[in-house]
Design a binder for this molecule. Sequence first.
Ligand SMILES: Cc1cc2nc3c(=O)[nH]c(=O)nc-3n(C[C@H](O)[C@H](O)[C@H](O)COP(=O)(O)O)c2cc1C
Length: 256
Amino acid sequence: MPPRALAPWLTPLKTHLTSPSATTSFTLTTIAHTTHGHAVPRARTVEFRGFFPTLSLHPSGIKSLKEQNIGLNPDIYESEMIAVTTDVRMEKVGELGSSGGVVEGMFWLAEVGEQWRVKGKGFVLGGKEGEEEREVVGRGLRLKEGGKEKEKEEGEWTWERQVDMYFANHSPAMRGTFKNPPPGTPRSQDPGNPQLKLGQKVEDLRDEVARANFRVLVIRPEEVERLDLQDPENVTRTRWTAGRDGEDWEEAELWP
Ligand SMILES: Cc1cc2nc3c(=O)[nH]c(=O)nc-3n(C[C@H](O)[C@H](O)[C@H](O)COP(=O)(O)O)c2cc1C
């Protein structure tokens, strides 16, 4: 994973998303197929979990990772890839698999009057992902200054531990939702497994049932568009398009 420059749009988007008053949920759209094979859009709200793999870990998450002998990955990588956590049993995961991973994330940042649309591909980590997912996401990582030395001092960075860290950063109640009855199935239908019920709290970061369902979805952006409505007399629309392999972003000012 050679060092690479980060995208020019990252700083403005990151600044907005990490400000205390920021909206951090966004609309994520995928493509589904009807039983007749027609492509149809599917949208839902998801929570932005930072730019992979940077995590602002909650103190209780850090405590659990240490106490349960998982530890923390050294903070040596950064990227412009968006992280989301999800349940493998939800529709979006299958939709990514059957549509080549295409996604669009849409943020309406009302506080600053900006809409950001991020088009790209989604990759799912935390199951028995193939080498391909790690390879593509890995190519999107940038080793921070002094990263190699830090890894030697603090220990090896691993994909498994990174997923553990996202799980640890959820509250016990949120971790418990990964043991809910199958999302989207009729409530009248018995889940058929007494371990699957609402309102559970999970302390064990290796809880088998919850971890079998927990996933980290990483979106690798290919085209990003910012619509800035702050000045009604001069609305601006900027589009950045990635070159081959997600680098060398080309910027274009468009009429809004
Ligand atoms: C504010 C808000 C935040 C949400 N965050 C997430 C999230 O981070 N991940 C997720 O999978 N679902 C999240 N959901 C639930 C989704 O909107 C959706 O109901 C669920 O993911 C099932 O969608 P699917 O079957 O199309 O995959 C959130 C919903 C709301 C209202």
